[in-house]
Design a protein around this ligand. Structure first.
Ligand code: MSP
Length: 497
């Protein structure tokens, strides 16, 4: 079972391209694994409890539930407009999630890993949040008073899990990728772990603790559990163990500690295995900074889709940034890459082939030759694409089919079928080029499903690339020939700004 998740997004904010970035990678990954015929579950959703949401609701003059309802829809709609193929959308205010959180809490409590204690710390009243001593001077300068606050909280005994976590990392070298993030998590564990607070009595927008309903679950115990809820934890669903065993979380590096340290410890405490892997990516920066509500540098996906279309948007964020390090978003870079990779390379190949099939073959696509000089490059493209998705390296997964596109364009330029007389020689060249188009449509379909589906039909194939199954469909020679080939408008019209 391939079970891939995104973080669940807070409903105090509009979806922006940072959220879209993680969601798109998860989507392309899920699409790739479906192509490979794997049983796939792709989950995304919204994080709806806690102070942030409560405060956003107050500001908007509505209840937290209304706030959640209003913003959850924004995420659902944003993902629909980007062609996100999630199988489930979880909202933490759903009853199924309440049940799962309470079950997990109860299990940790019975294990003796949750204890009542006092939380004491510096608290910013204006921010309604605990702050560190280092933050105090700046807050005071801004006229935001800091007090010492003490409240009764339940704590999760994270300190007991240091060795168990180190052992888990040791036994599961692929648990956190890439390595730089694995080392960061290990460094954090080795520094020594402190118990963390899991409940609040000062707010009521949350899930009550089953044994002490004066307290509501605070943020992470609630949020992280969504991954279990959607897999069927807390129900009789017999599919739960298989789903959970295949769980992979995609996250940004901002929430590494929670996913790579707290979460596996919570699961071990409850007698469950940690997820199979956590894949951690860097930030998408705008003007050198992480997008945030306060910096007002957030970009809405729709504003870019307007320029480059859904496929152009998807391609850009999957291809432009390596998975792991931070990367800078640039509008000019996006348009330049769109024109180079999509309009020129990919779009041109498709347009050229269709035009010559029309003029030299009466619009009927010939079959490829078994011993085509492109066959080897095509085989390599498939191997490289598969291996890149296996490593969760989307930009590399796209480099492979684009290398094949360039080879096919070079092959056409070397043979110049547009100058040849109709007959077997021109048919051989075009059959090979059509086969490359079929393969590229297949391999690139997880990233640019719209254009690939369109191309699939233009070269006369029935259905869409999603109906094909790897690895068989990637074997050279799958294009049957004898199919009507249609040119149609440019797959990716050039953009001038
Ligand atoms: N609700 C928590 C997550 C709980 S998961 C059990 C949360 N939500 S969030 O709305 O703030 O979203 C955080 C996630 O959004 C990041 O981990 C990352 O996946 C994505 N991103 C938000 N801004 C981003 C960038 N600027 N760049 C890349 N990803 C970003 O934290």
């Amino acid at each position: 079972m391939f079970y891939v998740t995104t973080p669940i997004y807070y409903v105090n904010d509009e979806p922006h391209i940072g959220h879209a970035y993680t969601t798109l990678i998860a989507d392309a990954l899920a699409r790739w694994h479906r192509l490979a015929g794997e049983d796939t579950l792709f989950l995304t959703g919204t994080d709806e409890h806690g102070l942030k949401v409560q405060r956003a609701a107050e500001k908007n003059g509505i209840t937290p539930q209304e706030q959640a309802d209003r913003f959850a829809v924004r995420f659902v709609e944003a993902w629909r407009s980007l062609g996100i193929s999630n199988d489930d959308f979880i909202r933490t205010t759903e009853p199924r999630h309440h049940r799962a959180v309470q079950k997990l809490l109860q299990a940790c409590y019975e294990r003796g890993d949750i204890e009542l204690g006092h939380y004491e710390g510096l608290y910013s009243v204006a921010d309604e949040a605990y702050v560190t001593a280092e933050e105090v001077p700046e807050l005071e300068r801004q006229g935001r008073p800091v007090i010492r606050m003490e409240e009764e909280n339940y704590f999760f005994k994270l300190s007991r899990y240091e060795q168990a976590l180190l052992d888990w990392y040791e036994d599961h070298p692929g648990f956190v990728t890439p390595d730089i993030r694995r080392n960061e998590a290990l460094g954090f564990i080795r520094q020594g772990l402190k118990d963390f607070s899991i409940s609040r009595t000062s707010i009521d927008w949350g899930i009550p603790l089953p044994w002490d309903p004066r307290h509501v679950t605070y943020v992470w115990f609630d949020a992280l559990t969504n991954y279990l809820t959607a897999a069927g934890y807390g129900t009789e669903d017999p599919a739960f163990p298989a789903r959970w065993a295949g769980a992979r979380h995609l996250i940004g590096k901002d929430i590494l500690r929670f996913h790579c340290v707290y979460w596996p410890a919570m699961l071990l405490s409850a007698g469950l295995e940690p997820p199979r892997a956590v894949h951690v990516h860097g930030y998408l920066l705008v003007g050198g900074e992480k997008m945030s509500k306060t910096r007002l540098n957030q970009i809405a996906p729709a504003s870019l889709v307007e320029v480059v279309g859904v496929d152009g948007f998807r391609y850009h964020f999957l291809a432009d940034q390596r998975f792991g390090p931070d990367g800078e978003f640039s509008f000019e870079g996006m348009v330049a890459r769109y024109n180079a990779d999509l309009a020129n390379n990919f779009g041109n190949l498709a347009a050229r082939v269709a035009a010559v099939v029309a003029s030299k073959c009466g619009g009927v696509g010939p079959a490829p030759s078994a011993d085509s000089p492109l066959a080897e490059a095509a085989g390599r493209a498939f191997e490289e694409t598969a291996s890149a998705w296996e490593r969760v390296a989307p930009s590399e997964a796209l480099e492979a089919p684009w290398r094949l596109i360039r080879e096919a364009n070079a092959y056409l330029e070397a043979n110049e079928p547009w100058k040849m007389e109709p007959g077997p020689a021109v048919e051989a060249v075009l059959g090979d080029a059509l086969e490359v188009l079929r393969l590229v449509a297949l391999l690139a379909s997880p990233a640019v499903p719209g254009a690939c589906g369109d191309l699939w039909q233009r070269i006369g194939l029935p259905g869409s690339p999603e109906d094909a199954r790897l690895p068989d469909a990637a074997v050279w020679g799958g294009y049957p020939g004898g199919l009507p080939v249609r040119k149609g408008p440019p797959l990716f019209p050039r953009i001038t700004v």
